[in-house]
Design a protein. Sequence first.
Lengths: 389, 180
Amino acid sequence: MKIGLVCPYTWDTPGGVRSHVADLALTLQEHGHTVSVLAPVDDPADLPPWVVDGGRAVSVPYNGAVARMNFGLKAANNVRRWVRDGEFDVLHIHEPLAPGLSLLACWVARGPIVATWHSSHVRSRMLSAGYYIAQTAMEKVRGSIAVSEDARRTLVAHVGGDAVLIPNGVRVAAFLEDGRLPQIAADVPTILFLGRIDEPRKGLDVLLDSLPTIIEKIPNIQVYVAGPGDLGEQHENLNPALSQSVTFLGRLSDEDKARVLRSVDLYVAPNTGGESFGIVLIEAMAAETAVLASDLLAFKRVLEDGKSGALFTNEDSSDLAAHAVRLLGDSAARELLVDAGRARVREFDWDVVVDDVIAVYESVGMPGEKVTTDIRGQIVGRLGMRPVA
Amino acid sequence: MWVGIIITLLLVILGLYLSMTAGRIDRLHQRIETSSLALDAHLLRRSSIALELATAGVLDLASSVVIADAAHAARTSADLDKVLKAQVESDLTAALDAALEDPEETAVIEITELGSGLLDELDAAFRRVQLSRRFHNDAVRACRQVRSQFLVRIFRLAGHTTWPETCEMDDTRPHGLNER
């Protein structure tokens, strides 16, 4: 199939929607499909050949945050040309209500259109102003996908309509490649924390509070903290007695994230709340690393109530310490979790998930139907004139 | 004079609104039509695979006869009225479920390459039928919502088109396929 994917957020900035689109595009290509991704691009150097530059994005306040997106007649013309020249069998739009390329693509195209809803906190007032215009474009979407139950509920409540639930995938193969991160000590027990270090709900404090107890039992423990955030402040707050055992790695690239996950004995996710899915747990399982996580509902669901990863009582650092000491001292128990995790992760492997996406693609159109440009929304179309090519 | 201008302005706005809404209704009716055709295509694919399964010799004789009969009825149902067609397709679902209800039996069919290939195809066809029916009914819901608006009814913007109906049928995947 020839598939056109639209990503509304800049290709250069890492983000959930952007990596979802990139992973989907790569997997579809591995399955023999032709893919073209349209996204705003700041720096066109080193762009993969299947990404098409949708123009430079501008920052606009939208839905309570500042988003970087494309606007204007020039952007609309770019989208129209891309749709016309692409001759796609399916147009797959991500986050369709984000103004910019996604909404524009909905507006200028007709035919088999699929949309994926990612965010789960659209404010209810957001739609009211642009509601009529957005609704008109939304009505062209023939099939909707939601990445989580929360995202599905948002769609049903605010826009109306139904969506098929297809969870976020993980490219399992990418986490299985060889290679360790050289900074990680190989001969001592190691623990990893991933996530913003200055965001309390990521729970770094819970882990650091548990550290004295862990050091008592395992004096040569090494804790690695990877993630963006203000290092200076964390260094100052760190108990000097602990500084021997803690290493801050800063922000890591995607490749290094996979490497660091493979290099440690135990991945700890002490998040205290606000997680709707927990993709990083799945990434750790994909890297074949044992997982210890707080017992948030989302985490319990991913870890099958403790079968594919150990759980500790949320915000309880002594419980965290007890579990960590137990797992670090028992490689057979870790191996058991890794085996269960390997089986669990198959369900979230893009290689499997992509079949569901293709089933949606094949259900929205008639065989042989193509995506074409839609001129009915414009004056020339309304007057029945033919567009000048 | 001002009153005249305001009235003209209001009329222009009303006219634009009505024209846009008529366009929306037209688009929604087209979406319903394509989704209905897509559903028909997947139903036809499903009954073809069912017929193949029945004549491949991988099922017991009784199941083969029941499925072949239901599949044949479904394949020749194109000219039937919508409710009757949905009934015939639901019957095919029931026949397939009766034959493939037991995971142990599907495991036996799966031993041969032919059998396992056909079950894969049937499973894929079932999923596409479920999806396209869902998308069709969603299009119908969207269209009904616009058509029941006050101004749309007053100005008869939907013209002579028939009131869209959802497609109701049993398309539950056979238990044996689910457990694979």
